[in-house]
Design a binder for this molecule. Structure first.
Ligand SMILES: [Zn+2]
Length: 408
């Protein structure tokens, strides 16, 4: 091929292959400024986009969610703003761009005017063989009495902490049907209701009795075969991006709520009618207040598993040493003395924490415990109520199912 022919071929290839460049300036206009200040409530923002080209949107956050992330030409973008339940205002910046122009949308959402009070739907699954047995098929009024006293413990601002929550009897079942008795689901149990609580908690056959833990707190009531065990609970999970010491990462359950065990609290119906001889509080109230503390992320205030309860304001003590002291007593000791403990740092104190075992006053949560519970409410999967991190922003389908853990 000679030089002239080569040049000709190159010119033909070039002009044949290249399209004429689009020199039209691409337009992209948003409403003036595109700066939005919204209150802390859930809301929708509609933003008109004026464009003569393809456009893309980036910068969505878990609380400021666009209905689309791309489009062509003129369109209306809808941003779903979630309620801000937190004490800080928050900001999101989204960017719309086409080939030539970038425009920002800035959204600032006010902090919650008052702390969000979590209303946690609770459902008591009452297991019975004999419908006429009041211990098995416990009366509605008895359950409401217990629940009222539990809520009083969780809202006690005098000695304890108002935990910012209320356990509310569920009004509807998972299919949306109105319950005959709010908060109560009576189950004619196919087998004996004398059950080993540890076996019950692990048995995948019992998942069928569980109502979606993201919507309800499930409390099972039956007779334990385990001696001196009044209640048992699962611990919650935490999230990978905002963990809580002592809890397992449960991101997976944000998007894949398939459980292989019944995530619930169980209480022993043998203690439904007994009352603590000194405190004069029903054992069922003390037990369920304690177990719900576990369900919401609290550990015992004594050395156990884990060694620490991750709360600096609860003195740690060695339960084994205390129990050895109890066993060695040879003469009666007052309740006041029985409630004394010696911390691992040598400080003597009176036990009044709800997350302790007897003997103690069992009527107080601390500020650090409140912070843990608040963290769980705002972040943890399998806990009802709004979450700070939206499950749609998570992707953990391939993550191993975290180890489930019970605690008494
Ligand atoms: Zn416990």
């Amino acid at each position: 091929m000679n030089y002239k022919l080569l040049l000709y071929v190159c010119l033909v290839l070039c002009f044949g292959a290249c399209e004429r460049p689009d020199n039209t300036l691409k337009i992209l206009e948003l409403p003036s400024g595109s700066i939005y200040d919204v209150d802390n409530q859930e809301s929708l923002l509609k933003i008109v986009i004026n464009s003569n080209d393809d456009w893309q949107l980036t910068g969505a956050s878990n609380w400021c969610v666009p209905d689309k992330t791309s489009g062509y030409g003129n369109d209306t973008l809808v941003l779903s703003i979630k309620a801000n339940i937190f004490s800080q205002e928050r900001k999101a910046t989204l960017v719309v761009k086409n080939r030539d122009v970038r425009r920002a949308i800035r959204v600032t959402q006010k902090a919650a005017a008052n702390e969000y009070i979590y209303g946690l739907p609770i459902i008591f699954h009452v297991l019975y063989n004999d419908p006429s047995d009041p211990q098995q098929n416990v009366a509605t009024t008895k359950i409401y009495e217990i629940l009222d006293q539990i809520n009083a413990f969780y809202q006690n601002e005098d000695k304890s902490q108002n935990m910012g929550l209320e356990f509310i009897p569920a009004t509807h079942d998972p299919n949306g049907n109105l319950l005959a008795e709010s908060g109560i689901n009576r189950i004619s149990w196919p087998g004996s209701i004398e059950i080993d609580c540890n076996a019950f908690m692990k048995d995948p056959n019992n998942i069928q009795y569980l109502w979606d833990p993201n919507q309800y707190i499930n409390v099972m009531i039956y007779a334990f075969t385990n001696e001196n065990v009044l209640g048992i609970s699962y611990l919650p999970y935490t999230i990978g991006t905002n963990g809580l010491p002592g809890l397992k990462n449960g991101d997976r359950y944000f998007i894949d709520p398939t459980l292989n065990y019944p995530h619930c609290v169980c209480i022993n119906n043998k203690y439904l009618f007994s009352v603590h001889s000194i405190l004069q509080v029903p054992d069922a109230v003390l037990t369920l207040t304690h177990e719900l503390g576990h369900y919401l992320g609290l550990f015992h205030v004594f050395i156990g598993d884990p060694v620490d309860d991750y709360c600096d304001d609860t003195p740690n003590y060695d339960r084994k040493v205390y129990e050895d002291w109890l066993d060695a007593l040879t003469q009666p000791v007052s309740f006041k003395e029985l409630a004394m403990r010696t911390s691992t740092t040598g400080i003597t104190f009176t036990s009044d924490n709800i997350m302790d075992y007897d003997y103690g006053y069992l009527d107080r949560f601390t500020l650090d415990q409140r912070k843990r519970v608040r963290h769980v409410l705002e972040n943890s999967p399998l806990i009802p109520g709004p979450k700070a991190v939206d499950r749609r922003t998570r992707s953990a389908f391939n993550m191993e199912i975290p180890e489930a853990r019970t605690i008494e």
